[in-house]
Design a protein around this ligand. Structure first.
Ligand code: PLP
Length: 340
């Protein structure tokens, strides 16, 4: 059996999750009549102290909807150069919202309040695009699952407040963040105007994301979702997987983090590897001395039915998740120790 570390999206729904899904009550969600979706949206919003939620098919959709609610064509989104919303959403900021971007390098993709202050354009100067949104990602995927310092987030929030800018969180792995370094969810949620939560990453649901925010924000987001063809009908059957995930699969993320730690230590012992980024959550990024070594390493893993991803020219990424068993981790560690 293949051991798949390419992403935490590869998990399959457990038997208990599938049973819960089969039992879900459903209705036409475009008319607001799917009780399971209503429950999931309400549950997600309340978790972070928000007024309302919107169930969507993917994290790309929740992020792109949020950007369209906040930005008019020509406006500017302030985010990290490595942000998923910029790098991995098919140019959606430009294509869907007609907006442009002001990119900040950041520390492993984490931007700071000072960066944000300097990135905001003077709205009175007609040369500049209107700064319309600041977006953060926590944990930061390209940063190797790096976590934001919450004090810095609060500083960014303050800069946004003073400049009348909304702050959106791409929280695809927000539960990894909150499990690794616990903060009261409501306190954390208060720092952001809107949050996109992924149900199909570490939480192990097969489909879906939820966008949460104020009632007025979600009212507008619901309209954008419809325009994007994202209004689904009896989708409670899939939303149930998400609800089950939120109610059962948050605490077990700790195990994924422990596995990532072990994997990180093992990688560091390998002579082909120069360094390993600090492992803060469920993502492990190893840096090779050369690109050739990276590719030999990947193919040796492959010969042993282990899948990891190239993550740039000399980098490898492993993501731990629910479907990596302790035995599979130990097998992987043995294989890595033999490669040289
Ligand atoms: C996976 C991911 C998303 C959303 O991806 P979808 O595949 O569209 O659900 C958004 N942001 C980050 C950081 C992600 O890792």
């Amino acid at each position: 059996m293949w051991i798949d570390f390419k992403s935490d999206t590869v998990t399959k729904p457990s038997k208990a999750m599938k049973e819960f899904m089969i039992e879900a009550e459903v209705g036409d969600d475009v008319f607001g009549e799917d009780p399971t979706i209503n429950e999931l949206e309400d549950y997600s919003a309340k978790l972070f102290g928000k007024e309302a939620g919107l169930f969507c098919c993917s994290g790309t959709q929740t992020n792109q909807i949020a950007i369209q609610v906040y930005c008019k064509p020509g406006d500017e989104v302030i985010c990290a150069a490595d942000a998923h919303i910029y790098k991995y959403e098919g140019g959606g900021i430009a294509r869907n919202a007609g907006a442009s971007v002001k990119l900040i390098q950041g520390d492993r993709g984490r931007i700071n309040a000072y960066d944000v202050i300097t990135a905001i354009n003077d709205p009175e100067n007609v040369h500049y695009p209107i700064s319309a949104l600041v977006a953060l990602e926590d944990t930061m995927n390209r940063g190797g699952g790096a976590i934001y310092d919450f004090q810095e987030v609060l500083k960014i929030k303050e800069v946004c407040r003073k400049n009348n800018l909304p702050l959106h969180l791409d929280g695809a792995r927000v539960f990894n963040r909150l499990v690794a370094s616990p903060i009261d969810y409501i306190k954390y949620g208060n720092a952001f105007d809107s949050i996109s939560i992924c149900l199909s990453k570490g939480l192990g649901a097969p489909v879906g994301s939820v966008l949460i925010g104020s009632k007025e924000f979600i009212r507008q987001a619901r309209r954008v979702r419809k325009v994007m063809g994202g209004g689904m009908r009896q989708a409670g059957i899939i939303a149930a997987g998400g609800l089950f995930a939120l109610q059962n699969n948050i605490a077990p993320l700790t195990k994924d983090h422990q596995k990532a730690q072990e994997l990180g230590k093992t990688l560091l012992e390998n002579p082909w590897i120069e360094s390993v980024s600090p492992v803060e959550t469920n993502i492990v990024v190893g840096h090779f001395h050369t690109s050739e070594k990276l590719h030999s390493f990947l193919s040796k893993l492959n010969e042993n039915q282990i899948i990891a991803m190239p993550f740039g020219d000399k980098q490898i990424r492993f993501v731990t998740h629910l479907d990596i068993s302790e035995d599979q981790l130990q097998k992987t560690i043995e294989v890595i120790r033999k490669i040289s």
